[in-house]
Write a protein that binds this ligand. Structure first.
Ligand SMILES: Cc1cc2nc3c(=O)[nH]c(=O)nc-3n(C[C@H](O)[C@H](O)[C@H](O)COP(=O)(O)OP(=O)(O)OC[C@H]3O[C@@H](n4cnc5c(N)ncnc54)[C@H](O)[C@@H]3O)c2cc1C
Length: 386
């Protein structure tokens, strides 16, 4: 008889896990707090290792077709002064595989189509679980319980499953960066550029094509630049926009939905799960967006789980193997994200000037080589997707 995996959360990580476990011969049941399958229309970079993992899940071609492979960009000061023009080499040549920027519904939608809506219970907030030997039961806010042979907490940064497994762990702590994000349909304002990156004291912003007409953009700010603790994305955008150039204003003014997040950080855990319960994606290892690897790592976690849990494997042993493989790699990325975030959020004028000089002088090939090396060190290159 098929074994059943219970998955809390139907985000990118939960859906990827569902597909991987089905491929490994499991029944899957997902419990999602939201009322419907919907990812706000913002974007993300889908790195080569994520594409390689998506290929294992059978959805890489759809995501590649819906995304945009960046080729040419500019680095600017906030006032529009061009610091550097970049002709990007094909990711296949330097990173061993393709990468694209995609709107989130493109990735989430592809995963959702492959999972099938019938596996997901919406409006179903998981509140806790009880494990007994090789069986586990989840509880939901509406009072329902469901039993299975495995529980995966894929319920994001504020994970309830993580809290239940690690009750004495402190909550995620803010890292001093506020990110406003949106998606615009005004790609024509970018001209022949795939994207523009702005750097200024305490500010980092990117506008990047993410499909035929779509542009994904984010504005990342040191907390002290944001007036009076407001978290209203429209108010923050209105406050900052006059300091940025005409391209930024044109692209961001064509945005219907905005979102503001205070970025948070957590120290890596010495262990993720216990027995037949484990964590995956942001629930296990929230990564700062500066790594560009949060979703990618969630997908790689899922593919790894599928691999270790195939062929009737003992669940608790397989989860130990999964953790042993995934914890060091994701912990290295947590550290990398922190280092990059510190450099990017600085408001110190001397540090900003030095950063600008370093970026201007560094040849594109060197930047790409460093990126490729970081990816290899953290095991995120496509040669080792799981
Ligand atoms: C500004 C920003 C930019 C980013 N850019 C990139 C990028 O370019 N590339 C990249 O790879 N990553 C990027 N990321 C990271 C990426 O978005 C996350 O790492 C990824 O979405 C994690 O997926 P997940 O499925 O683990 O968690 P989530 O996406 O948070 O999904 C968790 C799901 O669980 C549900 N849920 C929560 N609690 C419960 C509960 N109690 N019961 C039931 N359901 C629950 C939620 O509704 C949600 O659907 C970025 C993040 C930020 C903030």
């Amino acid at each position: 008889m098929k074994r059943t995996a219970l998955i809390a959360g139907a985000g990118i990580g939960g859906l990827s896990a569902a597909i991987a476990l089905r491929q490994a011969g499991w029944n899957v049941r997902l419990f999602e707090r939201a009322a419907a399958a919907r990812e706000l229309g913002f974007g993300l970079g889908v790195a080569p290792n994520a594409i390689a993992a998506l290929r294992r899940l059978g959805v890489a071609d759809v995501v590649l077709a819906r995304g945009f492979a960046p080729t040419r960009g500019e680095l600017r000061r906030m006032d529009g002064t061009v610091l550097k023009r970049l002709e990007l080499p094909a990711a296949e040549e330097v990173l061993g595989g393709p990468m694209v920027v995609a709107l989130r519904p493109a990735l989430h939608g592809a995963l959702l189509e492959a999972t099938g809506l019938d596996a997901i219970t919406f409006r179903s907030e998981v509140t806790g679980f009880t494990a007994d030997g090789d069986r586990v039961a989840v509880r939901t806010a509406s009072g329902h319980t469901a039993e299975g042979d495995l529980l995966i907490g894929a319920d994001g940064t504020g994970s309830v499953i993580r809290r239940a497994l690690h009750p004495s762990e402190p909550p995620p702590r803010p890292c001093g960066i506020i990110a406003v994000r949106g998606a615009s349909t005004a790609a024509h304002h970018l001209g022949d550029l795939s994207g523009v990156m702005y750097l200024g004291p305490g500010l980092e912003s990117v506008l990047v094509r993410a499909g035929v007409t779509g542009v994904y953009w984010f504005l990342s700010l040191a907390r002290e630049l944001v007036p009076s603790d407001t978290r209203d994305p429209a108010a923050i955008l209105a406050h900052m926009t006059p300091r940025l150039d005409a391209t930024f204003r044109a692209v961001t003014s064509n945005t219907e939905e905005l979102r503001c997040d205070e970025l948070v950080d957590r120290d890596p855990l010495p262990r993720w799960g216990e027995g037949v319960v484990t964590l995956l994606g942001d629930a296990a290892h929230p990564l700062l967006p500066h790594t560009g690897q949060g979703a990618a790592q969630a997908i790689v976690d899922a593919v790894t789980l599928g691999r270790v849990l195939g062929d009737g494997a003992n669940v608790a042993d397989a989860l130990q193997t999964y953790e042993r493989e995934r914890r060091p790699k994701t912990a290295a990325l947590v550290a990398q994200g922190r280092r990059t975030a510190r450099v990017m959020r600085t408001t110190n004028p001397i540090a900003c000037r030095l950063r600008e000089i370093a970026i201007r002088l560094a040849p594109v090939e060197l930047t790409v080589k460093l990126y490729a090396r970081l990816n290899r060190r953290a095991g995120t290159d496509v040669t080792r997707p799981t």
